[in-house]
Design a protein around this ligand. Structure first.
Ligand SMILES: Cc1ncc(COP(=O)(O)O)c(C=O)c1O
Length: 434
């Protein structure tokens, strides 16, 4: 990237941040923003020139239109440059840095992560990804008694489901598996969890995924967690896909135990995530079996990673800086808008189901679709291949949904409206051949 490009992008991003101030964008009618502020955000959300300048900060393959940004998130160029510089420095200085300088640098990095997530000191430990965080929470959950039950849903992540099954078996507990209705509206999902909790009084631990990786459904985790707490049920929230895709912090999620990713939607280097345990709940998550005696009283004893990617950790503040320059609310609004553009354009296709509702409280940027009757993995893999071979659009199939497999579409902030309009045209063409 030329210096000029970087300056233009920075200028534009700062312009956006200045217009937005520190206020986060919250969809109109959801949290009651006044019309003037909402309009300003909407103007920027749909300002293609502005987003084209942001896109210049990302080095993206021209080989495909990548609408599969759910695996992990590209680093922007400024973050990538920092990561490369940090990698060089770590490699040059080896343990001379790792044993001395890193120890001095790390506390400030951790403070920054705590601040960004809205945590108090001692409530966050760094992990290599959301998996490590959530496995630590689920495997370590220490309050189940034989005969009690754990609960999760079909849309939760497969390895967290497996961890819940293992935990239940180890504690001689039952497993309650829910299938989230499809389609579902906001009140419907609340009622669904209310009834599930009422019908299963033995449940003591509930797994909730704020944005599901299978269909992109967003569920009201704060409200469900409140309900669960009232019923004496603890909640572990999988925020792997929601943090950074949505403008949320720990208080918005409301749970005592949360797993985060920083390499999906914050744009940090691969290999960084975080575990959150509310201050007064540390005792309910057992220390990691490898924790040293001195670590057992702190959250750092709930994860044992061993030697870590120092350069990736050192780059986290740069990723947060870039994220803040765009503005968390601004990013959320843009991702939602890109989703809305293609979804609206395919609404009238008779044999195509969009798997998240129009209510902005029920999705972020991710949304999956399914052609009627095409419920097998093989059929959905074939659709992904057709989109790639015939239209140059990269997506991914997802399985594990009770109603059948589907195809997931995940735009990033570097995608253009034209990218998602091309998807809509491709789906229209495909629909006649299904
Ligand atoms: C909902 C959800 N939870 C957890 C994970 C695991 O994330 P990671 O592989 O980065 O640990 C993913 C990954 O895609 C996910 O989508």
């Amino acid at each position: 990237m030329t210096k000029n490009t970087q300056n233009i992008s920075r200028r534009s991003a700062l312009k956006g941040a200045a217009i937005l101030g520190t206020a986060a964008f919250i969809p109109a009618g959801v949290h009651g923003k006044d019309a003037k502020e909402t309009n300003t955000v909407m103007d920027l959300t749909q300002d293609e020139k502005y987003w084209a300048e942001i896109a210049m900060d990302f080095d993206v393959t021209p080989d495909v239109i990548n609408l599969e940004n759910g695996y992990w998130g590209l680093m922007s160029r400024p973050v990538l440059e920092k990561y490369i510089a940090n990698t060089r420095a770590v490699n040059r200085n080896n343990s001379y840095y790792a044993r001395r300088g890193y120890k001095e640098d790390f506390p400030a990095i951790l403070r920054r992560i705590e601040r960004e997530l809205g945590a108090r000191r001692g409530e966050i430990v760094l992990t290599r990804n959301a998996t490590e965080a959530l496995q630590g929470l689920i495997n370590g959950y220490d309050r189940l008694k034989p005969g009690e039950a754990v609960m999760y849903a079909d849309l939760d992540y497969y390895s967290m489901i497996a961890a819940m099954d293992t935990l239940a078996a180890r504690q001689s507990c039952e497993v309650v598996r829910l299938n989230i209705p499809e389609p579902v509206d906001y009140d419907g999902i609340l009622e669904f969890y209310r009834a599930a909790l009422a019908d299963h009084p033995k449940v003591r631990l509930l797994l909730l995924t704020q944005i599901g990786h299978r269909t992109g459904l967003q569920i009201p985790v704060r409200e469900i967690t409140k309900m669960a707490r009232a019923a004496g049920v603890d909640v572990i929230v999988d925020a792997a896909h929601s943090y950074g895709q949505l403008d949320v912090k720990i208080d918005d999620i409301g749970a005592d135990f949360i797993g985060f990713n920083l390499h999906k939607w914050i744009g940090a280097p691969l290999g960084v995530g975080a575990m959150y345990i509310r201050e007064n709940r540390l005792g309910d998550i057992a220390p990691n079996p490898s924790a040293a005696p001195s670590e057992k009283d702190g959250i750092e004893g709930r994860v044992h990673t061993g030697t870590t990617n120092f350069a990736a950790v050192m780059t986290i503040p740069d990723a947060f800086d870039y994220h803040a320059r765009i503005g968390a609310g601004h990013k959320e609004a843009r991702l939602r808008y890109l989703r809305d553009v293609w979804v609206e354009a395919v609404r009238d296709i008779e044999n195509l189901r969009v798997l998240t509702g129009n209510d902005p409280r029920l999705h972020g940027g991710i949304t999956s679709f399914r052609f009627d009757g095409k419920t097998s993995v093989a059929e959905n893999k074939a659709i992904v291949e057709r989109l790639l071979k015939d239209h140059g659009i990269f997506t991914v199939h997802r399985d594990g949904v009770a109603n059948g497999a589907c195809v997931r579409v995940t735009p990033s902030i570097y995608n253009s409206v034209d990218d998602v309009q091309q998807l809509a045209r491709a789906l229209r063409a495909l629909s006649t051949q299904m």
